[in-house]
Write a protein that binds this ligand. Sequence first.
Ligand SMILES: *Cc1c(COP(=O)(O)O)cnc(C)c1O
Length: 428
Amino acid sequence: MKGENRDMTPEGLQAAVQMDAADELAPFRSQFVSHDPDLLYMDGNSLGRMPRATAQRLQQAIDHEWAQGLVRSWNNGWYEAPQKLGDKIGRLIGAGPGQVVVCDSTSVNLFKLAVAALSLRPGRQRILTDAFNFPSDLYVLQGCIDLLGGRHSLQVFPSQDGIVIDEDALLDAIDEDTALVTLSHVAFKSGFRNNAQRITQRAHAAGALVLWDLSHSAGAVPVDLDGWGVDFAVGCTYKYLNGGPGSPAYLYVRRDLQTAVRSPIWGWFGQHSPFAFEHDYRPVEDVRRFLAGTPPILSLLAIEPGVDLLLEAGIDRIFRKAVSLTSFFIELFDRDLSSLGFTLGSPRSPDQRGAHISLRHPQGYQINRALIEEMNVIPDFREPDNIRLGLAPLYTSYQDVWETVQRLKRVVVEKRFEKFSPERQAVT
Ligand SMILES: *Cc1c(COP(=O)(O)O)cnc(C)c1O
């Protein structure tokens, strides 16, 4: 399919070819498995592509560490893996060693840290979040409030346009009754990026704590947890970190808070000496107290090759390319898509966005289906009308962006979407 429409917008294509030729990160594309050169994979912000090195790493883990090493492998790297890999992920998010562990899912980690944070502000009642936060985060917070006896309230700060949050107004909403401010650093739908440093500073000035969800920002945009003075953070590893489906998440607890807080789940991996098999819980004196049970070792080991690629590329270069890919997309949107019923569902300012772009269209769901079924493009769909396109900088080219816009255009111009029912499938 590639190439059919090239003569329609030769200038755009030429620019794409030139930017690809000048792209320092272009060689990273071949570090990822690709079975279909025609496929435009625009969903790396939902499930990242598989690094080539991952298959080898897992083969070694299965053949040598599991099949041969058996239980001995716990003393040959497995036991320390959650913290060692956590330290490595820490380098992507500005966290010094000893503050990040890999464990559980993002939702579970958010639960553990939210409960821990609230225990540090016993007199305060309010949890502040926004309407852009991931629904699972909102459910977890509602569950925390219920568990703690209904003493807290959840304030969900609204957005006027569904694209950005009025930051000054959000800052004004933080007061002496705010126990915890918890937000997504980059919003899953519009891609809006909060000014995490400024919000953290204001929360601290009001005596509140902050908990950032980095799921849509880690590996795509700069994060400086230590530098910003963040208290707590969580994030997932299967999006821009390319860790694989359901790979375990991570959590960050700033060093000076680690012994002041406890996990609500007192498991043996958070115990001071798990293999003493004591009857009473005594938490270990560091971030590992937020570990609960035995880690999923195979899934955990599969995360490292993707993180290594990101560290090698460097987050500054990755972010520069994210800005340039998304800016190019918006340029093409203005020229080719804005007259076809699409509106831009993401901020225009690169200071306010991450590495994905949302396009809104009244027939968004059907267009999304046609892209997948007929055009060999994989974005995803987020209610009510957002087609979400993730432009993961390590393996997305400028020509991919150009070609994606051509195929989007064809779906609408040729009315290909009309064949598809607006009835939603289980996973969108
Ligand atoms: C993807 C994502 C999650 C995922 O949570 P899981 O517990 O891994 O399912 C959580 N929060 C945000 C902001 C996300 O983008």
